[in-house]
Design a protein around this ligand. Structure first.
Ligand code: SF4
Length: 229
């Protein structure tokens, strides 16, 4: 299908699904612009991948248990390579200026419970198993930001760095950026995820509440800490 036809169909579908948006309004025009730019970016990235995968699932719910805690998510798209390898893909349409190495750093920052860390990648990679109980071999972000060149950023998963494909060492180019994460690192990250879940949702007898109650107004944890804002 021609690019313009794909864009028109995506815009029509989005506007039909969102009945509150009136045609010709600022919101409708902005949405139209956003969708057009996103679809163009995705098609361009797809051309770079030429036949390297088939789509094995879209909007797939991810649910798994680890250490007695339930983790949930939704996978934007699952790709299957001709060799049967599974790649979890995720679309990013907001600001996302990362190289492969910086995404790897952010994933590993979860080990120190750093604020500037990325939980989605390790949790999705750790939790995904296909019908044959196979793990995904990579996680890929499709980054399509309006007004910017699209690119994809891919983290390969392997047991040891010397078993990974050469691209995993880093680099890439205008449209592709690479890095890796080891299975042992994913296991360590899940240990931290379980301990963080325990700190947030576990039984708590003495929760240290802030004295500055204005902070509680928009706090997600107000019901857990007992201070309903
Ligand atoms: S509502 Fe949030 S900010 Fe306020 S005391 Fe509880 S955890 Fe702290």
């Amino acid at each position: 299908m021609q690019t313009d036809a794909v864009i028109d169909r995506a815009i029509t579908t989005a506007l039909e699904a969102e009945t509150r948006i009136e045609k010709g309004t600022f919101v409708a025009n902005a949405l139209q612009h956003h969708i057009a730019s996103m679809v163009r970016g995705l098609l361009l990235l797809d051309r770079q991948e030429s036949d390297a995968y088939e789509t094995a699932g879209v909007e797939e719910p991810l649910r798994f248990e680890s250490g007695g805690w339930k983790f949930n998510g939704k996978i934007d798209r699952i790709e299957k390579t001709p060799g049967g390898e599974i790649i979890i893909t995720d679309y990013k349409t907001g600001e996302f200026k990362k190289m492969g190495s910086t995404l790897r750093k952010r994933v590993l920052a979860t080990l120190d419970e750093g604020e500037n860390s990325d939980w989605q990648v390790p949790i999705y990679l750790s939790g995904y198993r296909d019908k044959d109980r196979k793990r995904a071999t990579a996680f890929k972000h499709y980054v399509v930001q309006p007004g910017e060149d699209p690119f994809h950023i891919k983290l390969f998963v392997g047991a040891a760095s010397d078993e990974l494909p050469p691209e995993a060492a880093g680099g890439g180019g205008k449209y592709k950026r690479y890095s890796y994460v080891l299975t042992s690192e994913l296991e360590d990250i899940m240990d931290v995820a379980e301990s963080v879940a325990g700190q947030i949702f576990g039984e708590r007898v003495d929760f240290p509440k802030t004295e500055f109650t204005s902070r509680c107004r928009n706090c997600f944890f107000s019901r857990l800490c007992g201070r309903e804002a």
